[in-house]
Design a protein around this ligand. Structure first.
Ligand SMILES: Nc1ncnc2c1ncn2[C@@H]1O[C@H](COP(=O)(O)OP(=O)(O)OP(=O)(O)O)[C@@H](O)[C@H]1O
Ligand SMILES: [Mg+2]
Ligand SMILES: [Zn+2]
Length: 151
């Protein structure tokens, strides 16, 4: 028959121990350990299942690089600013003074990506589809892969 595990818990800080302790090694309180009953232990297991192979911290020198997939904006300098292109699934916030060229840059890039065989949706809250089209003509950004919202 499996041995029934006993568990004691410090009433002051919640530190747990398999044996009764007079002084809590975590918070230093005296006479705070109470034995949990089997029902309480079951509840604890449900709330906090044991994590396999969990290590709290590792030296940064042992952290391995995750492989991230990137794709080019079609603009070398922007790719450089983004760390080598756009990361799949990421979000980029482009900021700048009024009239500095944000919409122009983004439509040009949307066109580059579309012309590179990826579908792109260009959504604007301030320009109509026809205004976007005018700009796209000027920037030579047209492509069947570039979609804009109807407004
Ligand atoms: N049809 C056009 N022909 C020539 N220049 C234009 C044309 N449309 C816009 N511009 C100029 O290009 C520059 C960049 O405009 P753009 O709309 O890209 O800026 P923006 O940063 O998006 O501005 P906003 O903050 O108002 O959205 C501005 O100086 C603008 O006057
Ligand atoms: Mg704009
Ligand atoms: Zn304690």
């Amino acid at each position: 028959m499996a041995k029934v595990k006993t568990l004691f818990e410090c009433q002051a800080c919640g530190h747990q121990s398999s044996k009764w302790l007079g002084k809590c090694p975590n918070c230093g309180a005296w006479d705070q350990f109470l034995e949990l009953n089997s029902k309480q232990i079951e509840v604890l297991k449900e709330i906090n299942p044991p994590r396999k192979n969990f290590i709290g911290a590792i030296p940064i020198t042992e952290v391995e690089h995750e492989k991230v997939e990137r794709f080019s904006t079609g603009d070398k300098e922007l790719d450089l600013v983004l760390g080598g292109g756009i990361v799949n699934g990421s979000l980029v916030l482009v900021g700048g003074s009024p009239g500095v060229g944000k919409s122009t840059l983004l439509l040009k890039i949307a066109g580059n990506i579309a012309q590179n065989n990826k579908k792109v949706l260009y959504v604007s809250a301030e320009e109509s589809a026809s205004q976007i089209k005018l700009r796209s003509d000027r920037l030579q950004s047209n492509s069947d892969n570039l979609f804009c919202s109807l407004k």
